[in-house]
Write a protein that binds this ligand. Structure first.
Ligand code: CMC
Length: 431
């Protein structure tokens, strides 16, 4: 008989229970058999912020945070960043295998053909105030897309799902570019699908009727690599949101809008924006030691440092650092890079950061690259959301097809009052 189980003795009752171990996990529901009285609810595990709870099994992305390993469907991120493209990785994440040349061609053309957005959606984007945060526009526009494509609610229909995936991946850059153009008071550039995914996006943002306009290949490649590196990262907050909201069987636009809202937070997709503000606030290399002291005193966090999963260098950060120099060759250097490099050097030697195992994460250098490419700071989370949609959609499909999944519904430990009688307002003591 296998010894692959826990034997738990409840000292309250002296009863012993067998809890099976599968994939190095126990099932939280197996704890429910542990009771003091037969009518007890049974034992639960308490895990705020899901620090040690696997809510799904997944074969999409593998992370070994101790050893700086990140793989999409088994392929190391370093190899993909060097040899692949964002769209090929999106296919890999969603379908599980690298596409053949024919499959890649079909996939690319489907997505690029769906880059045009409905004129009514353009009007919605134009109706925001001139200073609206582009992430707010993106979240609202994606939610609005569910009203344009009601068949998206057929989440069990494989063909309908695939079509929404093309639409979401195709239209997100256009929504982002249109939001940007509204902000700067310039007319929209309609998609030019011959320029490729990242190239078309840069074109829609930038083109101003120049003769012989070309996007610098180094910049579109750099953006494509940034997209590829951000495409998936297993069960991060926005992906967990996508799965939780998608588990209600709502259409993917509503679920992507919810995931995008999760990504907007400064501890998640808003971090590269926060890194840049931090570097600007530090202002000079000489001001770094004092800033680091304030971080150590708990006054603030060093943005772009630390990760729930990586307790060593984030492998994406190393790749991004190299991409930064390719971008600077075209754009000229960014003065903040000197502050970032020195900050990283000091932090990596400092006892506080070493003992807390705090290393640069993906956002530490990405903001500097995006600033050098002249993206306004508040576009940064949008540039994270566009590629992460590929991961969200891959995880959404996996969740829908997983017979073990049901509507997400965590438990709570109730710590409030027992039943008490209602007190009429005139009898309540004044505050
Ligand atoms: N600067 C200074 N101290 C930190 C930092 C930081 N960036 N991050 C964590 N710590 C300290 C924290 O104060 C705590 O110390 P102590 O145990 O002495 O109280 C300890 O490290 C553990 O922190 P935690 O908040 O329990 O760790 P977490 O796993 O909940 O947080 C994190 C992960 C990414 C939210 C956090 O490291 C952080 O706030 N980093 C800055 C924001 C950032 O760069 N976010 C981008 C993450 S990567 C992109 C993404 O996944 O979205």
């Amino acid at each position: 008989m296998s010894n692959n189980y826990l034997s738990i003795t409840d000292r309250r009752t002296e009863k012993t229970y067998r809890i099976d171990i599968v994939d190095d996990c126990i099932r939280a529901t197996d704890l429910r058999q542990i009771k003091v009285r037969p009518d007890d609810f049974g034992m639960m595990s308490y895990d705020p912020a899901y620090m040690n709870t696997a809510a799904c099994s997944s074969s999409i992305t593998y992370i070994d945070g101790e050893n700086s390993i990140l793989r999409y469907r088994g392929y190391p991120i370093e190899e993909l960043a060097e040899k692949s493209t964002f769209l090929e990785c999106a296919y890999l994440l969603i379908y599980g295998e690298l596409p053949t040349a024919e499959q890649l061609d079909h996939w690319t053309s489907r997505i690029m053909r769906h880059t045009y957005i409905h004129e009514n959606l353009t009007q919605i984007i134009e109706s925001f105030r001139y200073d609206a945060h582009p992430m707010g526009i993106l979240i609202s526009s994606v939610a609005a897309m569910s009203t344009f494509h009601p068949e998206a609610r057929n989440v069990d229909d494989a063909e309908a799902r695939e079509k929404q995936i093309w639409r979401i991946l195709g239209k997100l850059p256009t929504i982002a570019a249109f939001a940007y153009r509204v902000r700067i008071g310039r007319p929209h550039n309609y998609p030019d699908i011959s320029r490729g995914y990242a190239g078309n996006f840069l074109y829609m943002l930038d083109y101003m009727n120049e003769r012989d306009y070309e996007v610098a290949p180094a910049l579109s490649r750099a953006l494509d690599v940034l997209f590829l590196l951000h495409a998936d990262h297993e069960q991060n907050c926005s992906t967990a949101t996508m799965r939780a909201v998608g588990s209600t069987q709502v259409d993917p636009y509503s679920a992507v809008a919810a995931a995008s809202a999760a990504l907007f937070g400064p501890l998640h997709g808003g971090a590269n924006e926060a890194v840049l503000r931090m570097l600007e606030q530090i202002g000079s290399v000489s001001a770094i030691p004092e800033y680091v002291e304030r971080v150590k005193n708990g006054e603030m966090r060093l943005m772009g440092f630390g990760h729930r999963i990586y307790t060593s260098y984030d492998p994406r950060a190393s790749i991004i650092k190299k991409v930064a120099y390719d971008v600077f060759e075209v754009t000229g250097s960014n003065q903040l890079i000197d502050i970032a490099l020195e900050l990283e050097r000091i932090a990596l030697e400092d006892e506080y950061f070493v003992s807390h195992r705090l290393y640069p994460n993906v956002d530490f250098y990405s903001g500097i690259i995006l600033q050098a490419m002249r993206f306004p700071t508040d576009m940064f989370p949008v540039l994270f959301a566009i590629p992460r949609a590929a991961g969200w959609l891959a995880q959404w499909i996996e969740m829908l097809d997983d017979p073990a999944q049901k509507i997400a519904r965590p438990r709570q430990v109730y710590t409030g009052y027992e039943q008490r009688p209602y007190v009429p307002v005139e009898e309540r003591a004044s505050a």
